[in-house]
Design a binder for this molecule. Structure first.
Ligand SMILES: NC(=O)c1ccc[n+]([C@@H]2O[C@H](COP(=O)([O-])OP(=O)(O)OC[C@H]3O[C@@H](n4cnc5c(N)ncnc54)[C@H](O)[C@@H]3O)[C@@H](O)[C@H]2O)c1
Length: 393
């Protein structure tokens, strides 16, 4: 079943066919993926259609304001417009042309952030502005009575996140953090198989997450560094799959891709080992450069077996000739690789609002992932394994 979904995907990407034959080609095979049954994850799933009240609630349309019309703003605009229970009412951006482009594409209004904050016809906002604006916007929109979906990370400072989450709690706002990978059908199938006991007890997790190329210098400058910007997704995925909170972090990071990234005080290559109190561990491999596309793989090893989620491609074929086996390129980046995940993530947020239930991943998930990033930076600085308790405020 998953293969049919993959082959139906839109063909995209900037790489050209004619890729080099490599030894990596052999690994795909026909591995059986487990697609979670509907309702397997109530916190992420749709309301149960047999429940009449749920049916009533599903008729409610959640009216959205989008804050930030950049790379991820465009992705969420499409996810909102593609959701039957949602409507994109307005978009705001500091750059007028960026907002207009989304407004024209999705048929919504351009407004200022202040207008969206005061609007009676907006129920929820999606925060896609740069990271250093998130915490202030979360507080403002919590106080304005809106439901809030905020892109990761919530903020770069642990205490600032805690203060911000206190406002969310006091105002009882529905709040969700954008850890989209939990909603990827392949990664959520890995967790479903773990939950079903298919591989016994989880012992070791390996996460490979490498971008095709670095973001612009301007983005790097306000990103908080590779561990808070990029690895934060993997910290969340490690927590999602390990089933036990990591309490120790060892990390190393360097500049191997672009010296300009080093001049900005950041790294472009990182390796992290997380360990839990019972001795389970997770290794994370990150790079801001993968010449072969957007490299996103996971393997979980357990007492009775292992589960892996391999890289996905827009076109899932393999060509065998007398020169060897070749496959088309991987997805070129997150916008195409995680299309289904972004749609499912938005559906979960809309469902949480409609059902009046807490959204997941929560603010606490965002806070815990940031603590792991902080511990990883301390580990790099001091060249030792760091207890997460050392950085918890
Ligand atoms: N979950 C994911 O897969 C994912 C992917 C990419 C980015 N992100 C996160 O999303 C956020 C945005 O990243 P991006 O790559 O879309 O950045 P981007 O630079 O492409 O877009 C940011 C947009 O915000 C606008 N903006 C800046 N300051 C503003 C302000 N004060 N008010 C209104 N608009 C403002 C900019 O003009 C720009 O259009 C970051 O926090 C990043 O970590 C998440």
């Amino acid at each position: 079943m998953p293969n049919s979904r993959i082959s139906a995907a839109v063909v995209g990407g900037t790489q050209e066919l004619g890729w080099a034959v490599t030894a990596q080609v052999i690994a795909e095979g026909c591995r059986a993926l487990v697609i979670p049954a509907p309702g397997a994850y109530p916190e992420q799933g749709e309301p149960h259609p047999e429940n009449t009240n749920e049916k009533e609630r599903r008729r409610m349309t959640v009216r959205f304001g989008l804050l930030g019309a950049g790379r991820i703003g465009k992705v969420h605009a499409r996810a909102i417009s593609g959701n039957k229970g949602a409507q994109l009412t307005a978009v705001a951006d500091a750059v007028a042309d960026a907002a207009s482009a989304i407004a024209e594409a999705q048929g919504c209004a351009v407004r200022t952030i202040e207008e969206i904050e005061a609007a009676a016809d907006i129920d929820a906002v999606v925060i896609c502005t740069p990271t250093d604006t998130h915490a202030d916007l979360i507080e403002r929109f919590s106080r304005a009575g809106k439901a809030i979906f905020c892109e990761k990370p919530i903020d770069l400072d642990y205490d600032r996140v805690k203060a911000c989450l206190r406002v969310v709690e006091e105002t009882d706002a529905t709040f969700m953090v954008g850890f989209n990978r939990r909603f990827d059908p392949h990664f959520s199938a890995v967790r479903a198989a773990i939950n079903e006991g298919r591989i016994g007890d989880v012992e070791m997790v390996q996460i490979v997450s490498r971008d095709p190329g670095p973001p612009p210098a301007q983005y790097i400058g306000s990103s908080g560094g590779i561990l808070r910007d990029m690895t934060i997704h993997d910290f969340d995925m490690a927590r999602f799959l390990l089933g036990e909170e990591p309490d120790t972090v060892f990390a190393t990071a360097s500049v191997l891709v672009d010296p300009e990234i080093g001049k900005l005080g950041d790294h472009d290559s990182a390796s992290v080992v997380l360990t839990t109190p019972s001795g389970k561990h997770c290794t994370i491999s990150n790079s801001r450069r993968a010449t072969y596309g957007y490299d996103q793989r996971i393997e979980v090893h357990g007492s009775k077996g292992a589960i892996s989620a391999e890289n996905q491609r827009p076109v899932s074929i393999e060509i065998a000739t007398n020169t060897g086996y070749t496959k088309p390129p991987l997805h070129d980046f997150f916008m195409t690789r995680y299309t289904e995940a972004y749609a499912a993530e938005m559906a979960a947020f809309v469902a949480a609002i409609s059902e009046g239930k807490p959204a997941s991943p929560s603010g606490q998930d965002g806070l815990r992932a940031l603590a792991l990033a902080d511990a990883a930076y301390l580990s790099i600085e001091q060249g030792r394994a760091v207890k997460v308790s050392e950085v918890l405020g």
